[in-house]
Ligand binder design. Sequence first.
Ligand SMILES: C[S@@+](CC[C@H](N)C(=O)[O-])C[C@H]1O[C@@H](n2cnc3c(N)ncnc32)[C@H](O)[C@@H]1O
Length: 387
Amino acid sequence: MVGDSEPKAGYLLAIEHELARDERPRQPAFDFIDLFAGIGGLRRGFEAQNGRCVFTSEIDTHACKTYKTNFPDAEEIHGDITLVKPASIPDHDVLLGGFPCQPFSLAGVSKKNSLGRAHGFLDETQGTLFFNIVSILKAKQPRAFLLENVKNLRSHDGGRTYEVIMGALRELGYHVFDKVIDSSAWVPQRRQRVFIVGFRDDVTFDFDRLARPKIAPTLADILHRSDEAPEEPYTVLSRGKTVVSDRYTLSDHLWQYLQVYATKHREKGNGFGCSVFTGDDVARTLSARYHKDGSEILIAQRGKNPRRLTPRECARLMGFDDPPRLKDMEIPVSDTQAYRQFGNSVVVPVVEAIARKMIARLLRPREFPSVLGEAQQELVLSTAAVA
Ligand SMILES: C[S@@+](CC[C@H](N)C(=O)[O-])C[C@H]1O[C@@H](n2cnc3c(N)ncnc32)[C@H](O)[C@@H]1O
């Protein structure tokens, strides 16, 4: 199948299945770079597919602290991406980036027009952080990329921002696919984000066939339980049971204020002001401003005012912690920074599902030995031979 022909579905499924199943230590199957890295949500998804991160950029020092703590073997974190020369970035197979959304200025374009020069979408990206992604794609020509952003990127500036982004990626020669994905199939949170995937080879990619858990989770799956080990400052032991610290319960003053605000909001027809959930529910989107009052996701408590989620619960809500597998994320920053970092991040199992599909597209028969067992190699190679 090497290169341009379209592989059979069974062939891709066999690789995907094998990547998901095979937990033996192995050689990295591909290299990737992590731009606008935050706390490394995209990295987690691609490391889970046996990828190796060869370059990281993140400007925020608090996010870097969390990143370094959780990826102690990580290479140096480069700061401001606008100061990095694309040619200095190591070669890689996949570029990852959850870039900040900015409008594209028309000024540069009209100046170019007046000089009589033809311009394309690529020119229009200048002066934005997306331009830095474009410059790296141009210089390094990775085989694939995954970009992530808020759903509203598509309607930003009357749809113009998105048109420029998709146009620029296609002008670079990539085959581009995009989809708004709601994370509530994987975690108990309605979080809609747009994912843009591009391949240098002419392959197809179907976001609709991502592997999803059979049962969608509810908040009970991520809230602290009375039988779990206490973890200060989030939970404490009280009469032999683990309970959430009182610091997360809203004060009478704040709870009063939020209720008055919510009523006014509703009367004006502006939707939710604040939302209180139980373990049976699925939460609204955790935002980067959750640290302000927590109003978008409050948890009902018997005989008390509602409480905010703890940062540990936020880690679970974003899929960084997987309670049944006890893969605890370390949170080395203040609650304020932690809420901001999780609110800015990605839902890890969603990224894992996309990464698994992308990597199945990228691997070629000669690369199988590093990732597949012998029996599977035979199965896949024989399937490939008839594809
Ligand atoms: C939406 S967040 C991405 C979060 C990330 N995907 C994660 O899993 O945590 C965007 C990140 O870009 C970073 N950023 C903004 N401007 C930057 C720049 N010029 N260079 C490097 N990072 C930058 C921000 O600090 C922020 O952490």
